[in-house]
Ligand binder design. Structure first.
Ligand code: HEM
Length: 166
């Protein structure tokens, strides 16, 4: 049949079929993505969930720290980080279970000390942002990234294939 002739009535054109296939693919992709997200969240430890909340807020702060017009919003994100870091401090890292019993108390105390240093740094960051000192704030964020890397190296179970600190 020549290409430019309309399809016989009652039959879907090739184009209509393609659109239907594409629609079905989109629905499938969406369902798979949602399932993957649910799975990821179920897999997280209670401490992992606090960390995930810190992560989202910290990324937002990092994106806007050079923009003083966003400082009010940055301060709100810092509240989110602080609340979750305080809650995280009250939880034990999953890695505790891999540490010999005799060293567990020290392991948890060291973790808490690390979180305390992090919380003190959040306070410093808040002071800098409140003072409108965004250049200083940006440097403090770099310090927090170091704390994150070191904290993960020491206290987090290293996932297969992940580079140290991640
Ligand atoms: C800017 C600072 C930080 C960010 C953005 C951050 C982010 C994260 C993220 C995204 C995870 C994985 C959560 C998951 O999906 O399971 C995680 C896990 C973890 N983080 Fe952090 N983190 C930060 C600082 C720290 C610090 C300072 C420490 C320790 C002193 C720490 C200790 C841990 C531990 C132990 C886990 C594993 C969770 C568990 O053991 O249950 N993090 N963090």
């Amino acid at each position: 049949m020549p290409r430019d002739l309309p399809p016989p009535s009652g039959h879907a054109s090739t184009m209509q079929l393609r659109v239907r296939q594409l629609g079905a693919l989109c629905v499938l992709a969406l369902a798979l993505t949602q399932a993957a997200f649910r799975f990821q969240d179920d897999e997280k430890t209670p401490l992992g969930k606090k960390m995930a909340a810190i992560n989202t807020a910290f990324k937002a702060v990092g994106r806007q720290i050079d923009d003083p017009t966003k400082n009010a919003s940055t301060l709100k994100q810092l509240d989110v980080i602080e609340t979750n870091a305080k809650e995280a401090m009250a939880l034990d890292p999953e890695k505790k279970g891999q540490v010999p019993a005799a060293q567990q108390a020290k392991f948890v105390a060291d973790y808490k000390a690390g979180m305390k240093v992090f919380l003190d740094t959040v306070t410093k960051l808040r002071t800098a942002v409140k003072a409108g000192n965004n250049a200083e704030a940006s440097k403090i964020i770099d310090t927090m990234k170091d704390q994150q890397r070191d904290g993960h190296k020491e206290f987090r179970i290293r996932k297969a294939g992940a580079p140290p600190g991640l």
